[in-house]
Write a protein that binds this ligand. Structure first.
Ligand code: SF4
Length: 364
């Protein structure tokens, strides 16, 4: 059964639809790319990345043929790098198994890396006009308020109930516009704090508004405190003043990106001991640790880190080796400071690189 407010919502969307580059030329590839980029990321941040990405890789074919390093470089700064790796891998599968065209049904879309229920529903409904529901954070909040839902939204059982609501309310007519309208209403009007109920086109259907509980919905259980880790890194220089950088394994956090090598401090471990141990374990090298160069705080989704970056002097590879080994890293390279921008780094290392550039300028 279509939602009783579907027509009002669609009329509102026709007048309030935001202008987005992926809406101007709504190919399936553009919808897919924008939906992946928009995961956990604000629209304003995504737009310039989207434009650069489409310019560099205008088709699925060009994306599939590109080296992963090039894809990661264009993604640098957007975060959640597994999205870029999955997108690249999925483009290759689309070329190999689906003749270069994104599959037009939810079940097949779900088989592609990086495409979950939400993204499959968004691509199927927006790009192919298929009646498939979507449920992202905006839609969950909107539904929880429309229904004055008292269940804890962080629980999987609650999300399952809301998925069923999304299916039940989905109209057969214009499902793509309806889904986008739900998300847009959640962003523009039914905002997380202080929803703009006076401007809401479906206010008369909202139970939370009638009960005056909009700001108490959705119900969310208290989160446990975010864990914090100390991490060390070495700015390791050899006799030519080149810097040693390492590439992280593909399957972990920031997979495939480059870093100043180091790792996580164990309980009670001094920072310098940690750095020497990590370099032994991951690259089989020895260094002399010098002064603390920079301290950088950064918050990931589920934890926070403080990076302690030290100046280091390269002493050599551990016997029997005569060069660094790829034990806990994918690759390593000696580079000049001027070459660092050619490589993709995570946020904290880019802060360290900016500090290197700042100090170099002060010396000039
Ligand atoms: Fe959200 Fe207010 Fe509209 Fe209800 S009336 S859906 S709380 S904006």
């Amino acid at each position: 059964m279509a939602a009783p407010f579907a027509e009002k919502l669609l009329n509102w969307y026709r007048d309030h639809r935001a202008d987005r580059p992926w809406r101007r030329d709504p190919k399936a590839y553009h919808t897919w790319l924008s939906e992946i980029m928009l995961q956990q990321t604000r629209v304003e941040t995504v737009i310039p990345y989207y434009r650069r990405f489409v310019q560099a890789f205008p088709t699925i074919e060009s994306l599939a043929a590109a080296p992963l390093a090039e894809v990661l470089k264009l993604w640098e700064g957007l975060g959640y790098y597994s999205r870029a790796r999955n997108l690249h891998r999925a483009a290759q599968i689309v070329m190999d198994e689906y003749g270069g065209a994104l599959p037009a049904d939810v079940e097949t879309l779900l088989k592609l890396p990086g495409i979950g229920n939400y993204t499959a529903g968004a691509i199927a409904s927006i790009a192919f006009g298929i009646a498939a529901p979507v449920l992202d954070g905006n839609v969950m909040r909107l539904f929880a308020r429309l229904l004055n839902f008292e269940d804890d939204i962080t629980q999987p059982a609650t999300r399952n109930k809301l998925w069923r609501v999304a299916e039940y309310w989905l109209p057969a007519h214009a499902p793509g516009d309806y889904n986008q309208a739900l998300m847009e209403l959640g962003q523009q009007v039914c905002r997380p704090r202080n929803p703009l109920c006076a401007r809401c086109p479906i206010q008369s259907h909202c139970r939370a508004w009638k009960a005056g509980t909009q700001n108490a919905r959705p119900v969310r259980s208290q989160r446990s405190p975010t864990p914090h880790y100390d991490v060390t890194a070495g700015l390791i220089r050899d006799e030519r003043e080149s810097l040693l950088i390492a590439r992280r394994p593909l399957d972990g956090l920031l997979g495939g990106l480059w870093e100043f090598p180091g790792g996580k401090v164990e309980a009670g471990e001094p920072l310098i001991d940690c750095l020497k141990r990590e370099l032994r374990e991951e690259l089989a090298i020895a260094v002399e640790v010098g002064a603390l160069f920079a301290v950088v705080d950064h918050a990931f989704t589920h934890f926070k880190i403080t990076l302690h970056a030290f100046d280091c002097r390269y002493l050599g590879a551990l016997p029997p080796h005569n060069e660094p080994q790829t034990i806990g890293v994918m690759d390593w390279a000696w580079v000049t400071e001027a070459q660092l921008p050619d490589y993709s780094f995570g946020k904290t290392d880019r802060v360290v690189i900016a500090e290197l550039a700042r100090r170099r300028e002060m010396l000039l």
